[in-house]
Ligand binder design. Structure first.
Ligand SMILES: C[S@@+](CC[C@H](N)C(=O)[O-])C[C@H]1O[C@@H](n2cnc3c(N)ncnc32)[C@H](O)[C@@H]1O
Length: 231
């Protein structure tokens, strides 16, 4: 399996994703509320929507959600949850939306770390900027870099989260292994705070939040980085 191919990885994980890896539904409701307080509800693209946990809460909060994902199996789960608009596409090859047609793009639960190949994340952010209407924003939830366990021996597996290991796989890259899925692996990009600042340099305004509960962001420690970037 190509370690950069998220589609194959998530097609294999889809059947157990909601039980083992998804956020609790209460978190989706809180995230949708936070978004509705921050932005005037309009059309929102959930980029890498997975099994669609955000689509219902977003609609309830007044948004018009569109879910996009490259995994047919993840989208099949999303379809069972309700009648949202769903798009099957690999966002590494562009976003199939007209320029300036969306008010908000969200990409939650570390989805952007999967854009790990050279230039993939830069290309995706440029596409997000293209599809956003003037004044629109991108909200990306990423793991805080402090959550990655420090390397003890070069290339050794370390426990990342229960049931999940990681090991260094090159500059800015980690390989993630899912123990319960027979050691299924994928490559992810580790974004340090400086990397995030550099990636979003061309955006009109950029904020970093420690999550969806409010509070002050701390660059040196935390669990999440929620980046809000306005076009
Ligand atoms: C960690 S899951 C997060 C799912 C969802 N955003 C959530 O908050 O639960 C990452 C999702 O991103 C999707 N994904 C990864 N790479 C992608 C790509 N290149 N194009 C579209 N979707 C992608 C995967 O298929 C998977 O469903």
């Amino acid at each position: 399996m190509d370690p950069l191919d998220s589609r194959a990885f998530y097609d294999r994980v889809a059947g157990v994703y909601d039980q083992r890896y998804a956020y609790h539904p209460a978190i989706g409701a809180r995230q949708a509320l936070w978004l509705s307080q921050m932005f005037t509800p309009g059309t929102v693209l959930d980029l890498g929507c997975g099994t669609g946990r955000m689509l219902g809460p977003l609609a309830q909060a007044g948004f018009r959600p569109v879910g996009l994902d490259c995994s047919r199996a993840m989208l099949a789960r999303a379809r069972r949850k309700g009648p949202s608009r769903l798009v099957l596409a690999d966002a590494r090859h562009g976003l199939p939306f007209a320029s300036a047609s969306l008010e908000l793009v969200i990409s939650l639960h570390a989805t952007l770390v999967h854009f790990a190949g050279p230039g993939e994340l830069e290309g995706l952010l440029s596409e997000a900027g293209r599809v956003l209407a003037p004044g629109g924003a991108l909200v990306a939830e990423l793991p805080h870099p402090a959550t990655y366990p420090s390397e003890t021996m070069p290339g050794a597996w370390r426990e990342y989260q229960p049931g999940m290991s990681c090991r260094a796989a090159g500059p800015g890259l980690e390989e993630i292994r899912l123990e319960q899925e027979g050691g299924l692996c994928t490559l992810i990009r580790v974004l340090r705070i400086g990397d995030i600042e550099k990636l979003f340099r061309g955006w009109r305004r950029v904020e970093m939040h420690p999550g969806f509960r409010g509070g002050r962001f701390r660059p040196e420690r935390g669990e999440l980085v929620v980046v809000v970037a306005w076009k």
